[in-house]
Design a protein around this ligand. Structure first.
Ligand code: ADP
Ligand code: MG
Ligand code: MG
Length: 512
């Protein structure tokens, strides 16, 4: 980071911090930059009606972020959308990857079986929607005499990419704090209005749902049309989702409903043509035809405690509604796919991104990732992972989403010792990205934590496509756009970065 910024953010006097915090807390609740309180923070008995909300974990200052990296991340999002849409449309290629996981990863296996069951009967919807988020950290390459910074991808999310709603709000919060002089002059020499980047994610992602809704066409049943948000219950991050719902209604006049995943079978049915019909529990006489199923649940095995939950997923997949994402798109988000794409000199990237210039820009964002299988690279990686002196440079990842699933650095060898060798290929080994040191202050559960932080940029993408009918006919992309950004910031002592998982905070970019 440039040296003029090394004092950023400045220390605040008691009065300065009080002023900033009182404004931040009120603005955040007034604008829905909020979450339901954690049970450890407010016990259920203190809030039996579930009416309380609290400021989402948020940074006091916008974090410094290199402008060139930020712009590159946004610029390549359409290419990433194209890449993952092409993967999701290439069932044969995905099958090759999934097959290596079937015997050793129950969750992937269940998803694949669900796809096969629908395929056997025949899919009745050929449109798919992706609301994606590609996550990056800034990596400083110090190996040459001229150190350079570039974006390296942490992962690509194809299901339930969250915080698009809150991200727009936190960027607006930081701009507000600047406007009301809540930042001292030592900070405003860095936080200039043109350095603050507003994120359009809430509106842009809602727009994605709106185009799918429209592309679905007219009602088959004669019932009014709606979008269904399939959600976890309870959901602490509900306001993030609500921002999308409200934008969808206000900007596109599209009605949506929240359906707890475990209520799928009681509140929806398929008619003879597999049109998905939703009955709101509060008004059973008014039924709706569902155009688009937006999954904000269903990405974790914890969402499927009963066999019935897999029936619910199958039921939704069988339907005529457009899925965001489809099962194949969900599977395309496996860490294994990311690892296979990142294999040096592999033909895979070019298969999906035929334009060499586009492919090379995407390739430049890949960090080294290795399989733990029986290939030569896999055998080499197993040695690195099992040896405590080398394992410290890596993170071990299973095929899971939602945070809290990875094994970091020195914990890897002990973890692997207890894991049967046959199950090692269910994981990938990734080099840790080492971002430049930064400082910030985070407000979480009413407490301010100050110190070294690590930022993770997420870039949202919307992609609507038509699936092909077979090997020769691969379908086509109908809509493709970059949909704003998210910056998440965590203390540099924490390996994990999830905001909902209790590690990070939502932030915005101060471009330098
Ligand atoms: P999930 O799908 O569960 O979010 P991620 O791959 O994003 O899994 O990993 C969770 C967190 O772990 C990230 O948000 C990031 O903070 C950290 N992390 C993951 N991979 C790396 C990496 N290669 N280098 C540094 N940190 C990483
Ligand atoms: Mg993820
Ligand atoms: Mg992640």
């Amino acid at each position: 980071m440039p040296s003029p910024c090394s004092d950023y953010p400045p220390d605040l006097s008691y009065d300065q911090e009080s002023y900033l915090l009182s404004n931040l807390k009120d603005w955040s609740i007034a604008h829905g930059l909020a979450v339901r309180p954690a049970p450890t923070f407010v016990h259920a008995s203190q809030d039996p009606a579930g009416v309380l909300a609290t400021t989402a974990p948020v940074t006091l200052f916008p974090s410094l972020f290199p402008r060139a990296c930020f712009e590159e991340g946004l610029a390549i999002q359409e290419a990433y959308n194209e890449l993952y849409s092409a993967i999701a449309r290439d069932e044969q290629w995905l099958q090759g990857i999934v097959e290596e996981l079937l015997d050793i990863d129950d969750f992937v296996s269940k998803l694949w079986q669900t796809h096969l069951a629908v395929k056997k009967e025949g899919y009745v919807q050929d449109l798919s929607l992706g609301l994606f988020r590609s996550d990056y950290m800034v990596h400083t390459d110090t190996s040459s005499s001229q150190p350079s910074s570039g974006l390296k991808q942490v992962e690509f999310n194809t299901i339930a990419s969250s915080f698009g709603g809150l991200s727009s709000q936190v960027a607006a919060l930081h701009r507000y704090l600047l406007t009301i002089d809540a930042y001292p002059s030592t900070a405003t020499s860095v936080i200039k209005a043109d350095a603050l980047s507003q994120s359009k994610s809430a509106s842009s992602l809602a727009q994605g749902l709106a185009v799918a809704h429209k592309a679905y066409g007219t009602s088959k049943s004669g019932l009014p049309l709606c979008v269904l948000f399939v959600v976890q219950d309870p959901e602490r991050n509900v306001f993030d989702q609500r921002h999308l719902e409200y934008a969808l209604l206000e900007e596109s006049a599209v009605r949506s409903f929240r359906l707890p995943f475990h209520e799928t079978l009681s509140d929806t049915l398929l008619d003879a043509s597999r049109t998905l019909i939703y009955t709101p529990p509060n008004s059973p006489s008014t039924r709706y035809e569902v155009t688009t199923v937006y999954f904000r649940a269903g990405y974790s095995p914890d969402d499927y405690p009963k066999e019935e939950d897999w029936s619910a997923r199958l039921h939704l997949e069988r339907s005529r509604a457009i899925k965001c994402p489809s099962i194949l798109t969900h599977l395309a988000g496996c860490k294994k796919v990311q690892q296979v794409l990142a294999t040096p000199h592999s033909p895979h990237l070019r298969r999906f991104l035929p334009d060499a210039t586009v492919a090379s820009r995407v390739l430049a964002t890949f960090a080294p990732i290795y399989p733990l299988d029986q290939t030569e690279a896999g055998e080499e990686a197993k040695k690195l992972a099992a040896d405590p002196s080398t394992a410290v440079r890596y993170v071990l990842k299973p095929q899971r989403e939602g945070g809290g699933n990875n094994i970091y650095r020195k914990s890897i060898p002990t973890f692997l010792k207890d894991l049967p060798k046959t199950h090692w290929p269910a994981y990938i080994l990734m080099e840790m990205i080492e971002p430049p040191p930064l400082k910030n202050a985070i407000l979480r559960n009413g407490e301010v934590q100050k110190g070294g932080v690590i930022g993770e940029l997420g870039v949202y993408g919307v992609c609507l496509w038509k699936n092909g009918t077979g090997a020769d006919e691969k379908g086509e992309i109908l809509e493709n756009w970059e949909a704003g950004y998210l910056l998440r910031t965590k203390g540099d002592q924490s390996e994990e970065g999830g905001v909902a998982a209790g590690f990070g905070a939502v932030d915005s970019c101060c471009l330098v």
